[in-house]
Design a protein around this ligand. Structure first.
Ligand code: ATP
Length: 813
C-alpha cells in the first residue's frame, strides 16, 4: 500500500491552481538563498505568511509600476476547502499560495454519523453505503475521521454501554464497507501495535512530540509551555494548537485508518542510525495531515500511548463479538442475526446471544492473544466455536494465565471450598513463567504479562531436554521461577531475583541461580489439556517430567478438604516459614466427591456438589481457565487479615513537608487507576512508612524542574491543589486500616456512591513494586470490591454480635 506521502504527491499533481508543498519549500529555499539564510525555525504558517507577503509585495510593486496604483495584499484565509468550489484554473493567480482555513477541513460526513446510537436501531448499511462512496473518491479505505468520531463519542461518556455501542456501530460500518480496515482500527483503538510478546515499541520521547507540535502548528517554546501548563495532556495541547492554527498550507489528503497504523509500525520498525529523524518525520507528517483539531488530539494521544477513551481489551472483545454477530463482509458466508430479529427479542434472550458470542471471542483471545490472528479469522468465519480451533492455543504464543481470587484468611478459604477436595500449594515469591517447547525442542518462555523472556532464562531453556520425559514431544507448562541457593536449595527472596538482568543473559555469567517450581500443564504432545480437571493435569505433569534437584521440581502441595483445617493451618505455617507468601488453593476435580467427614458436620445450606442455596455462584470447575480470576484458585497470603489487605497505588503528587520533613515531599498523594476512563483517581495522602532515606530519594527523583515533574495533568481526578505533580510512573504497595467513603477523594466514585469516592484510613507505605507497571496498579473497581467485602464483613460481625447478645440474654429460641 502506498504511504500517505506518496498518495499526497500523486494527488497534488492534478490539483489545479495551488502550489504544492514541494514547490512551496522550493520557493522558500530560493527566497532564503536570496536572503542568504534558511529559516528553519519558522512554522509552515509563518513561512507561508512571510513568503506570501513577499510575493504580494513583488506583485504590488509590479502592478504599481504598470498602473501607478497600490493594492491590498491578497492573503485570503477563506479559500474554500471543498475541491468542487475551487476557482477554475484560469482564475488562478500567479504567485498565490493556497492557504486553507484549517477549521473547515474536517470530514463532515463522518462527523454526522450517530455512532453512539443503539446498535439495534443504527442503520449501518445506510452509513456504510454513504461512506463507501465518499471513500471511493480517495483510495477506497476507511478514513481516520470515522475512527476519530468514534473516539470523540467514546470519550464523551462514562457509560460503558455507550462506549460499547459506539465501537459496535463503528466496527459494523468497517466490516460492511472496508473490512481491511478492521484490524488496524482494532490496534489503534486498543492503543497498541503488537501483542505483548512481540515487543514492538514506538520509542518516541515526549520531546519529539513537542518538537513536532512546535514545527507543524507554529508554536514557540513559550506558547507550547503555556498550553501544556493549561491542559497537561499532550493530546489536548495538540487539539488547542490545531484549533488556533487558522491556516494550513493546503487541504491535506485525509488520513486513513490503515495509513495511520502503518505509520506507527514504521515508527516502531525504525532502528539504528538516523532512526530518530525518520520517526520525527513520520510524526510530523501525521500531525500535518490531521484534519481538524480532534484528529490532531487523537493522533497525539496515540503517539504518547494514552488514548483515554475507556476502550480496554475487554470492551474491544465485546464490541467485536457483537459487531460480527450483526454484520459480515460482502461475500462472507457465515450467518448473522438481523437487526430486526434482535430488536424483537426479550432482554434476557438478547443478552444470552451477546454473552455467548462474547464468551467465544474472549476465550479465543485468552488462548491466542493477538488481534492479527483473531480479526482475520472473525471476518472469515464469524462467531462460531470453530474460532477456538482456528485461533486457539498454539505453541510459542503465550496464553493469558489463569488467576487466583483473594481471600481474607484461611477460614474464608475453607468456607468457600466446603465440600470440595483441593490442593494447597506453596505460593512462592518469584516470577511466573510459561514454558513452551515444540517437537523440535525449540523453547519459549513467557512472563505473567506475556512478555517473551526466553533470553532472560537461558539456564531454564537448557534444562528442557533434561526435564522432558521420553514420552513428551511438545508441551506448555507453568511454574514459578524462584531464586535459590544452588548448594542448599534454600529459597531466596523476590528481591534477589530482580537483580538478574532482564535480557540477553549469558548462561556462563549467571550469578543468580533459579529453580522452576512447576504447578500446571496446559498442553501436551499436540493436544490442549485446558478442559481436563486439575487433578489429571497435575498427575500428567508429575509423572512424565523429570525433577532435577534445586533446578526443576513441583510446587510443594497438600491435598485436603475443609474438614482438615488443622493440617491446612500447619501447611500454611510451613509455607510462610519457608519465606513463601502464603498458599494457593486449587480445586482438584470438576465434581466434588462426597466427603464422609463433612457430611456428618454439613456446612450450612450446602451439599457436597452444589454451591450454597440462594447463591448465584456457578459450581466451581477445576479446568484451566485462561485469563479468568475464579474461585477455583484461591490465594491465601500471610499478611491477609481484616486490616492488612494491601493495595498497589500510584504516587501522583506531593506537598512540601513540615518540620523535620521540610526538605522532602510529605504527604504524598496516591491514586488508583480507572481502566474504563483511563484516568487516575486520588485515593489517599500518605506520610507513614517512609524512611528518611526513602524521602530523600523521592525528593531527588521528583525535584522541581526535573522531567519527572509535570503540570497538573488532566487525567488525574482530584479536587485539591498539591504543591507538585509527579509524572505517574511507579507503583507502591500500601497497607491501610480500612476503606472509608470520602467527600474529598474521587477513587471509585460512581461505583459505591454517586457523590462520594473511597479513601483509606491510616495508609502506610510498604514497598515499591518494582515488578509492576502503572497499568498493573489497583483499579477503582477492585477498590470498590474490597469496600463491599469490608461492608459485608462488618454486617456479618454485627449479626454475630447481635446473635451472641441474644444468646446470652436467652432470646435465641
Ligand atoms: P495476580 O497474578 O493474581 O494478578 P498479583 O500479581 O498481585 O496477582 P499475587 O497475588 O502475589 O500476584 O499472586 C499470584 C501469583 O502467585 C501468580 O501469578 C504466580 O506468579 C504466583 N505463584 C506462586 N506460587 C504459585 C502456585 N503454586 N500456583 C499459582 N501461582 C503461584
Amino acid at each position: 500500500m502506498s504511504s500517505p506521502a506518496k498518495k499526497r504527491k500523486k494527488d497534488t499533481s492534478d490539483s489545479i491552481p495551488q502550489r504544492s508543498i514541494a514547490s512551496f519549500f522550493q520557493g522558500q529555499d530560493q527566497a532564503a538563498r536570496k536572503a542568504g539564510t534558511i529559516e528553519e525555525s519558522l512554522s509552515d504558517e509563518a513561512l507561508a505568511r512571510k513568503l506570501q507577503a513577499e510575493w504580494n509585495q513583488e506583485e504590488d510593486s509590479a502592478t504599481f509600476q504598470e498602473n501607478g496604483t497600490t493594492k491590498e495584499p491578497t492573503l485570503d484565509p477563506f479559500t474554500p476547502n471543498d475541491e468542487s468550489l475551487e476557482p477554475p484554473k484560469k482564475a488562478a493567480k500567479k504567485h498565490t499560495l493556497s492557504l486553507q482555513s484549517s477549521a473547515g477541513t474536517e470530514d463532515t460526513i463522518s462527523l454526522a454519523i450517530p455512532l453512539d446510537e443503539s446498535p439495534l436501531t443504527f442503520d449501518s448499511a445506510k452509513y456504510a453505503g454513504e461512506l463507501k462512496t465518499h471513500w471511493a473518491a480517495e483510495d477506497g479505505h476507511a478514513s481516520y475521521a470515522l475512527l476519530t468520531r468514534a473516539f470523540v463519542l467514546a470519550n464523551a461518556t462514562r457509560s460503558r454501554i455507550r462506549i460499547v455501542d459506539t465501537l459496535v456501530n463503528f466496527l459494523r460500518i468497517l466490516v460492511e464497507a472496508d473490512p481491511s480496515s478492521v484490524l488496524p482500527a482494532v490496534w489503534l483503538t486498543t492503543n497498541s501495535i503488537s501483542p505483548p510478546y512481540e515487543e514492538l515499541e514506538l520509542g518516541l520521547g515526549g520531546s519529539s512530540i513537542s518538537k513536532a507540535l512546535k514545527k507543524i502548528y507554529g508554536l514557540d517554546n513559550q506558547g507550547l509551555k503555556s498550553l501544556y501548563d493549561k491542559h497537561g495532556d499532550a493530546g489536548d495541547v495538540a487539539f488547542e494548537a490545531k484549533k488556533r492554527q487558522s491556516f494550513t498550507l493546503m487541504k491535506p489528503k485525509p488520513l486513513k485508518i490503515n495509513g495511520v497504523y502503518q505509520s506507527l509500525q514504521k515508527i516502531a520498525a525504525s532502528k539504528g542510525n538516523g532512526s530518530q529523524e525518520t520517526k520525527q518525520r513520520i510524526v510530523e507528517k501525521l500531525l500535518q495531515d490531521a484534519r481538524g483539531a480532534e484528529e490532531s488530539r487523537y493522533i497525539v494521544r496515540t503517539l504518547v500511548q494514552n488514548l483515554r477513551i475507556g476502550a480496554v481489551k475487554t470492551t474491544m472483545l465485546i464490541a467485536l463479538a457483537r459487531a460480527l454477530s450483526m454484520s459480515k463482509p460482502v461475500g462472507a458466508e457465515f450467518s448473522i442475526y438481523s437487526q430486526h430479529e434482535l430488536s424483537r427479542l426479550k432482554k434476557e434472550d438478547l443478552s444470552g446471544i451477546y454473552n455467548n458470542a462474547e464468551e467465544i471471542v474472549k476465550a479465543s483471545y485468552a488462548r491466542h492473544p493477538n488481534y492479527n490472528a483473531l480479526v482475520p479469522c472473525l471476518l472469515e468465519i464469524g462467531i462460531s466455536e470453530e474460532l477456538l480451533l482456528r485461533c486457539g492455543l498454539q505453541l510459542h504464543i503465550p496464553l493469558r494465565p489463569m488467576l487466583g481470587s483473594i481471600t481474607r484468611d484461611l477460614s474464608e478459604m475453607l468456607t468457600k471450598l466446603q465440600g470440595r477436595e483441593f490442593s494447597c500449594e506453596y505460593k512462592y515469591d518469584g516470577q511466573r513463567a510459561q514454558i513452551h517447547c515444540d517437537e523440535q525442542g525449540r523453547v519459549s518462555i513467557f512472563s505473567r504479562h506475556l512478555e517473551n523472556m526466553t533470553d532472560k532464562y537461558p539456564d531454564l531453556v537448557s534444562l528442557v531436554p533434561e526435564i522432558r520425559g521420553e514420552s513428551v514431544s511438545s508441551f506448555i507448562l507453568e511454574g514459578e521461577v524462584v531464586a535459590v541457593d544452588q548448594e542448599t536449595g534454600e529459597l531466596q527472596t523476590f528481591q534477589v531475583l530482580t537483580n538478574r538482568a532482564k535480557k540477553n543473559v549469558d548462561i556462563g555469567a549467571i550469578k543468580i541461580n533459579v529453580c522452576l517450581f512447576a504447578f500446571d500443564l496446559m498442553y501436551l504432545n499436540g493436544a490442549p489439556l485446558l478442559d481436563r480437571p486439575f487433578r489429571e493435569r497435575r498427575e500428567l505433569l508429575r509423572s512424565i517430567f523429570v525433577e532435577i534437584p534445586y533446578r526443576f521440581t513441583w510446587v510443594k502441595s497438600l491435598d485436603a478438604t475443609s474438614a482438615e483445617s488443622e493440617t491446612v493451618l500447619e501447611f500454611f505455617k510451613g509455607a510462610t516459614d519457608k519465606k513463601c507468601e502464603g498458599i494457593m488453593v486449587k480445586v482438584l476435580d470438576n465434581i466434588a466427591k462426597p466427603n464422609p467427614d463433612e457430611q456428618t458436620n454439613p456446612p450450612t445450606n450446602t451439599t457436597a456438589t452444589e454451591p450454597p442455596k440462594g447463591s448465584r455462584r456457578k459450581a466451581l470447575l477445576s479446568t484451566y481457565e485462561p485469563d479468568k480470576r475464579l474461585e477455583s484458585w484461591l490465594k491465601v497470603k500471610k499478611d491477609y487479615s481484616a486490616s492488612s489487605e494491601t493495595l498497589d497505588l500510584i504516587p501522583i503528587a506531593g506537598w512540601h513537608g513540615n518540620g523535620r520533613k521540610a526538605k522532602w515531599w510529605s504527604p504524598i498523594l496516591l491514586a488508583v487507576r480507572n481502566p474504563e476512563t483511563g484516568t487516575l483517581e486520588a485515593v489517599t495522602k500518605c506520610m507513614s512508612g517512609f524512611t528518611d532515606k526513602f524521602y530523600q530519594a523521592n525528593k531527588a527523583k521528583y525535584s522541581e524542574g526535573s522531567t519527572n515533574v509535570i503540570s497538573r495533568p488532566s487525567y488525574v481526578e482530584y479536587y485539591g491543589e498539591p504543591d507538585i505533580w509527579f509524572e505517574p510512573q511507579e507503583v507502591w504497595e500500601m497497607a491501610f486500616a480500612d476503606i472509608t467513603l470520602s467527600p474529598t477523594y474521587t477513587a471509585a466514585i460512581g461505583l459505591v456512591s454517586d457523590e462520594r469516592g473511597l479513601s483509606l484510613r491510616f495508609p502506610r507505605f510498604l514497598k515499591v513494586r518494582e515488578d509492576k507497571s502503572i497499568d498493573e496498579a489497583t483499579t477503582s473497581d477492585y477498590l470498590a470490591l474490597l469496600w463491599r467485602k469490608q461492608s459485608e464483613r462488618a454486617r456479618l460481625e454485627e449479626d454475630a454480635q447481635i446473635a451472641d447478645q441474644a444468646k446470652s440474654e436467652g432470646l435465641d429460641e
